[in-house]
Design a protein around this ligand. Structure first.
Ligand code: ZN
Length: 382
């Protein structure tokens, strides 16, 4: 049993000053003012006076970190998972980019084999498979040699139970709508990305079941006032949640502000799209097959194309508040309750509420991660 008391609790729907959270058997069992909390006999106590208690961060797009690339070596999912808790991440979708389908199978096996003995880290909820069903015109840093047309056979055994949670594809490709229908019927979230779709083609993807957009504006058709393209479709359709890399490199700061005004916290989801260089010094790193050059702010192929980011999710939290002026609860929602809902896990994680996983982050007043808790166990202390 764990009792955290005297924290400013952001659930994130509401704020409880001097709040108390009680955890039993990996789940939250009660939430309320500390004054009302019954003394829990035998519980470990954390006095969090002066700190913010938030749901643990849910990362929907992470390619790797600390020198490891999941596409290159899926076995490193667990090593990275143990270390990303320093950024407040308590669950994540390891992302496998365009590669031979055997790499997806290898990644699924790593996830479904389950945690190694003694594992203390963020929980991989299943893969985000980004590619290979992408439009060559919008491939970004993906290897065109492995791009292929969508096929029902290729995804026949993809489901959350077999290690796939989210698939990014281009809806304008032949066969894409059938694949979207098949995946969504099995509970896999489908996202539109690396796509040259027209507005109508994107909406056809939504009608088939797609509910997410991968890194808005990057690697997709442009927003034109007579030809709104993928961004216009993602922004204007209330069914859609949009993934956004708030590093100030992938898009201009003004775009972050505009997008927040349009979408608000329930439709905007903050991701990092971070790659192997996250947590490492600048220099040469890998993304899939490619060598990537990393400087202080960005990761790029030799020709300058962006190749993921080096953004940490807690930095995205601070960035979005500073750039948009939004409140802390709204910023937290974009990396907790909103991504959890997209994955169909509302009520299971992403909130501080009875019944939810006891995945929690304690933040200092300037929003630095002090402590990260996964399933009621403290896994990181600054
Ligand atoms: Zn991408």
């Amino acid at each position: 049993m764990l009792h955290i008391k005297n924290a400013t609790v952001h659930t994130p729907d509401r704020v409880i000053e001097r709040g108390s959270v009680l955890v039993e058997e990996r789940r939250i069992v009660s939430v309320g003012p500390s004054a009302d909390a019954a003394a829990a006999a035998g519980a470990r106590e954390i006095d969090a006076a002066g700190l913010v208690l938030a749901p643990g961060f849910v990362e929907l797009q992470l390619n790797g970190a600390f020198g490891h690339d999941f596409t290159d070596d899926p076995a490193t999912i667990w090593q990275v998972g143990e270390r990303i808790t320093r950024y407040g991440v308590t669950s994540f979708l390891p992302t496998i980019i365009t590669s031979p389908l055997e790499q997806v199978a290898a990644g699924r096996k790593v996830v479904t084999d389950g945690r190694p003995a003694g594992y203390r880290g963020a929980v991989p909820l299943g893969l985000h498979v980004e590619g290979p069903f992408l439009n060559p015109k919008r491939k970004g840093a993906h290897n065109a040699n492995y791009l292929r047309l969508p096929s029902l056979d290729a995804v026949a055994d993809w489901s959350p139970a077999t290690g796939v949670r989210l698939v990014t594809l281009a809806p304008e490709l032949p066969g894409a709508l059938d694949v979207i229908r098949a995946l969504t019927a099995r509970g896999v979230a489908v996202s539109i990305g690396h796509s040259d779709a027209t507005f109508d083609q994107a909406v056809a993807g939504f009608d088939a079941g797609a509910r997410y957009g991968t890194h808005l504006f990057n690697a997709q058709s442009s927003l034109g006032h007579r030809d709104p393209g993928v961004p216009g479709a993602l922004l204007s359709d209330d069914r859609i949640t949009v993934g956004f890399i708030a590093d100030g490199v992938h898009t201009h700061r003004a775009i972050i502000k505009i997008v927040y005004k349009v979408l608000g916290p329930s439709r905007m989801s903050l991701v990092t799209d971070a790659m192997a260089a996250l947590g490492m010094a600048p220099g040469a790193h890998k993304l899939g097959d490619y060598d990537v050059i990393v400087d202080a702010t960005s990761a790029r192929l030799p020709d300058g194309v962006l190749a993921g980011s080096i953004l940490a999710l807690d930095q995205a939290l601070r960035n979005v508040i500073e750039i948009t002026g939004c409140g802390l609860s709204d910023a937290l929602a974009m990396m907790t309750s909103t991504p959890a809902r997209l994955l169909g896990l509302d009520g299971a994680l992403g909130r501080i509420a009875p019944g939810c996983a006891a995945d929690l982050v304690l933040l200092s007043p300037d929003l630095r991660v002090r402590q990260t808790i996964v399933g009621g166990e403290v896994v990181f202390t600054a």
